[in-house]
Design a protein around this ligand. Structure first.
Ligand code: HEC
Ligand code: HEC
Length: 280
């Protein structure tokens, strides 16, 4: 009798764990983790991808569960601290090229599902490559000042004056899918400018321009229907049937296209409800 019960409980435990892994895979798609943590044609999540910024070139770390070169020894608490507080296990700050200023808004349950998925993958042994950033940005402890100025710790809280679809969109855009990290201009210290949220920038990833996605008619996407936005996130095609290039092509290919229609609709709903900002 007890053995049957124990077996039954073990099965439930496994089903719950399996469920977290599947949810985690979906959330990893929404978070675009693979694009930054994988070199072109490399093993997913093994790191080493060069990320060029005005401050120098950063190399993403290995986030597979390898015990020596990855994050295989990390506890849940250390993983939450990295994503939601932008701190390494030793307490030092990450550089904001790791979009923790957005990821801080991820819920604890979602962050732990992401960890469950990453830890279900085979470990890959590949040592991390040191960042190539010049003085004074090479001084990681200066990030403490940056955090004081620009970092607002999450998590996301829903706005009760809006419906569930809008709030789901807000969570995806501002936390997991971190659209602002590319679509919002940055100041001289590399922090996004909140007043110009999603209004586009000339200096996006790899120095490429990123368009205005606020509902401004002249300079943004005010003429687009909800279905146009959903189609772009799913297929990478604009209403004029052109294909998006560069970082957006990757964002669609590596993540956004896997999202459910309900989530893509939610993203579009949130974008269309933002205040139009005129900016070229
Ligand atoms: C825009 C690129 C980018 C995206 C997107 C991104 N990361 Fe990272 N990540 C980085 C970089 C760069 C670092 C290293 C930052 C540093 O050294 O200060 C990092 C660090 C990390 C670390 C710490 C690893 C260590 O060894 O200290 C974890 C964990 C992590 N990322 C997980 C994720 C997860 C999970 C996602 C998706 C939800 C994600 N990252 C999305 C660029 C990115
Ligand atoms: C890694 C950087 C990056 C991220 C993250 C990102 N985008 Fe983009 N996005 C771009 C770039 C670059 C372009 C321009 C592509 C081109 O030139 O073809 C673009 C183009 C677009 C366009 C087309 C606009 C137009 O006028 O043609 C839309 C809509 C869009 N992004 C929405 C989003 C949404 C919504 C998110 C978050 C779910 C997001 N993007 C996340 C970089 C990014």
């Amino acid at each position: 009798m007890w053995r049957v019960l124990a077996l039954w409980l073990a099965c439930i435990g496994q089903a719950v764990a399996q469920d977290a892994v599947q949810r985690g895979e979906y959330l990893v798609h929404a978070g675009g983790c693979v694009s930054c943590h994988t070199v072109p044609n490399g093993t997913p999540f093994a790191g080493g991808r060069a990320l060029a910024t005005p401050f120098g070139t950063f190399y993403s770390p290995n986030i597979t569960p390898d015990m020596e070169t990855g994050i295989g020894r990390w506890t849940d608490a250390q993983f939450l601290q990295a994503l939601r507080q932008g701190r390494r296990p030793d307490g030092a700050s990450y550089y904001p090229v790791f979009p923790y200023p957005s990821f801080t808004n991820i819920s604890e349950a979602d962050a732990l599902a992401i960890k469950a998925y990453l830890f279900s993958l085979p470990p890959v042994q590949q040592a991390n490559r040191a960042h190539d950033v010049g003085f004074p940005f090479s001084w990681r402890f200066l990030q403490t000042g940056w955090r004081l100025l620009f970092f607002r710790e999450g998590p996301f809280s829903a706005d009760p004056s809006h419906n569930a679809t809008y709030n789901r969109g807000a969570y995806l855009v501002t936390a997991l899918a971190h659209c602002s990290e590319c679509h919002t201009p940055r100041n001289m210290l590399g922090a996004v400018k909140p007043s110009l949220a999603l209004a586009g920038t000339r200096d996006g990833p790899d120095g490429q321009p990123v368009p205005n996605i606020t509902p401004d008619r002249a300079t943004g996407i005010g003429d687009w229907d909800t279905s146009d936005i959903v189609a772009l996130l799913k297929t990478g095609r604009t209403p004029e049937q052109g294909a998006v290039k560069g970082a957006m092509r990757e964002a669609v290919r590596d993540g956004l296209k896997f999202l459910t229609d309900a989530d893509l609709q939610a993203i579009a709903t949130y974008l269309q409800a933002q205040k139009p900002v005129a900016a070229r």
